[in-house]
Design a protein around this ligand. Structure first.
Ligand SMILES: [Fe+2]
Length: 278
């Protein structure tokens, strides 16, 4: 029987997800160490989770009108990040997809009246928020199938939450043992200066968010999310967080939380948190 066995809040900023940061120990600033080490631990945890698939919602896989689910059977390409070509360039990736699961997600979304598109195209470009966490940390062997799903600009928090529900239902019905990864920052009031932390008020909001998640107060957290989004301005309007909460709540399960790290990147707050189904 399938289940959403892991839920991860993860980090993709280039300060953490470059070869130097991940492998060579050349962090640009010591404040980056906790998150880098947390990502390594999160990857170790997933390596033991016997996953059939990872569904990942990256804040940099952005669509405007439809939500796109990438069902390409093999994700293969060379990534140079549009935003940071000096940091992320020529990164080769080659990992499997899961067409059947992606198609099932689209079927459920479409049946619920959500505008959505299934991609099946080796040339569909993947973003660094999808590729870098996977290849640097979460599955360095690149053996676990991956289904990327976009953040959609015209989708509100409710629609993003509904996609999380469709993901949880789809993996259960398809018999997949799955992880859902939300790849994005919490508070996201960006400034120049990579090592800059969020202001104290945003750090406090982020810590409250993480505490509620770790305490299993998922419904309460979902109810608070609009207020949190208004105040902390998380990445992509918090759509990745809404999708994560939709997936969690749909399972009806409780999860054991490990809060690995919290750290800065250019004024944003970044959590590494793993939830394991009890
Ligand atoms: Fe980002």
């Amino acid at each position: 029987m399938g289940e959403l066995s892991r839920v991860c809040l993860s980090v993709h900023t280039p300060r953490y997800c470059t070869y130097e940061a991940a492998f060579a120990g050349k962090l640009a600033h010591p404040d980056f160490r906790a998150v880098r080490d947390g990502l390594i631990e999160q990857g170790r945890e997933l390596a033991t989770a016997q996953l059939d698939v990872i569904v990942i919602n990256s804040c940099h896989l952005v669509t405007t009108f439809p939500t796109v689910v990438d069902g390409t059977p093999r994700h293969r390409g060379v990534l140079t990040a549009q935003e940071v070509p000096e940091l992320i360039h020529g990164v080769e990736y080659d990992f499997p997809g899961d067409y059947d699961l992606a198609a099932a997600m689209i079927d459920r979304g479409a049946a619920a009246g959500l505008q959505c598109v299934l991609a099946n195209d080796i040339h569909y470009p993947l973003d660094y928020g999808t590729v870098m966490p996977i290849v640097c940390y979460l599955d360095r062997t690149q053996r676990v199938p991956v289904v990327p799903i976009s953040v959609c600009l015209v989708a509100d928090l409710e629609e993003s939450f509904a996609w999380g529900q469709h993901i949880a239902r789809s993996v259960a019905a398809a018999g997949r043992r799955a992880a859902f990864v939300a790849s994005g920052s919490v508070s996201h009031k960006l400034v120049r200066g990579p090592e800059t932390w969020p202001a104290p008020v945003e750090q406090e909001l982020d810590r409250r968010f993480a505490q509620m998640l770790a305490d299993g107060e998922y419904a309460k957290l979902w109810a608070w999310l609009p207020e949190y989004v208004e105040a902390a301005e998380p990445e992509m309007g918090g759509r990745h967080l809404a999708m994560m909460l939709g997936a969690i709540l749909e399972t009806g399960r409780s999860f054991a939380a490990t809060v690995y790290a919290y750290g800065p990147s250019s004024g944003s707050g970044n959590y590494v948190i793993s939830l394991a189904a009890r």
